[in-house]
Design a protein around this ligand. Structure first.
Ligand SMILES: Cc1cc2nc3c(=O)[nH]c(=O)nc-3n(C[C@H](O)[C@H](O)[C@H](O)COP(=O)(O)OP(=O)(O)OC[C@H]3O[C@@H](n4cnc5c(N)ncnc54)[C@H](O)[C@@H]3O)c2cc1C
Length: 257
């Protein structure tokens, strides 16, 4: 049984010296907020460039107040400058099918079932099955059957390879055709790994629409892990969200009341 994991592969990093150099060249002074993170400073700086609100034009707001005000005004495009890259593993294909529907501000690189042999595929147990021994045994029997069917069809297709027309002479295309046919027998529970890059604005939208779908426990768990990771790096960009534990004992990401 694979464990859900969310790892941060890349996080916002900004070159404060480059910004300071630009300001010095422009005879501008920016009063920075001590303790603001790279992501938060990058967003603030990008916002200030819009109005050149430096020096006398800088209001007394600190970094978090400035970002709060950007969000309140709906000036959220500035948040797109902060990007994270995650490695999400131990999740089901059902989950990633929903995830990759997010088109704007997201990029994906996912384990291929055409290039990767899935003979040893693992399967993600739905939370409501987990912990109920009878249900779990039944579920395991069914996914084992699916894996056996995959392996059986794969070996039959490999035996039949010389007679298959799909490759048109290219062995890689024969393999693709064989694995494509075999994977048709794998269930939605099949475990997968996906690298996800997303910006803060896109993640905020994701938390809004996905973070608190009560019956979608896998989605809630991943949303919560993503939320924990990004708030560590840039709490001001997500200050209007929080994690709560719902009655079922699982987390959800909600808008603060
Ligand atoms: C509870 C729930 C149930 C769902 N059920 C189904 C279902 O049964 N079947 C199904 O197919 N999908 C379903 N979805 C997926 C849903 O329809 C979206 O595809 C998915 O949530 C991505 O959301 P999005 O389009 O807002 O995100 P993104 O693709 O990231 O887009 C972000 C925002 O950009 C704007 N935008 C993006 N593309 C366009 C465009 N082409 N034109 C104009 N504006 C655009 C919109 O404002 C959009 O909200 C469901 C989602 C949820 C949350």
């Amino acid at each position: 049984v694979p464990e859900l994991s969310v790892r941060v592969l890349a996080r916002p990093h900004w070159e404060a010296a480059a910004a300071e150099e630009f300001l010095a060249d422009s005879a501008q002074k920016w009063t920075r907020t001590p303790g603001a993170t790279d992501a938060e400073e990058l967003v603030e700086f990008a916002g200030r460039i819009c109005y050149m609100s430096f020096g006398k034009r800088q209001s007394p707001r600190d970094n978090s107040q400035y970002i709060h005000n950007l969000i309140r005004q709906g000036h959220e495009s500035v948040l797109e400058h902060a990007n994270w890259t995650f490695l999400v593993a131990g999740v089901s294909r059902a989950f990633t099918h929903q995830l990759v529907r997010h088109r704007i501000g997201f990029s994906f690189s996912q384990l291929s079932q055409q290039y990767h042999d899935e003979s040893d595929a693992m399967f993600v147990v739905p939370e409501i099955v987990n912990g109920r021994p009878e249900l779990l045994t039944a579920w395991q029997g069914i996914v084992d059957q699916a894996r056996n069917s995959y392996n059986l069809l794969l070996s039959r297709l490999i035996e039949a390879e010389p007679t298959l027309p799909a490759g048109l002479g290219d062995p890689r295309e024969v393999t693709r055709a064989v694995r494509s046919a075999a994977r048709s027998l794998l269930p939605n529970a099949t475990e997968t790994k996906i690298v996800v890059t997303a910006n803060a604005r896109a993640l905020r939208h994701f938390f809004d629409v996905r973070g608190n779908i009560v019956g979608d426990l896998e989605m809630r768990r991943v949303s919560s892990e993503l939320f924990k990771a990004v708030t560590k790096d840039a709490s001001s960009l997500f200050a209007d969200f929080e994690i709560v534990t719902l009655q079922d004992g699982f987390p959800a990401v909600i808008r603060k009341p």
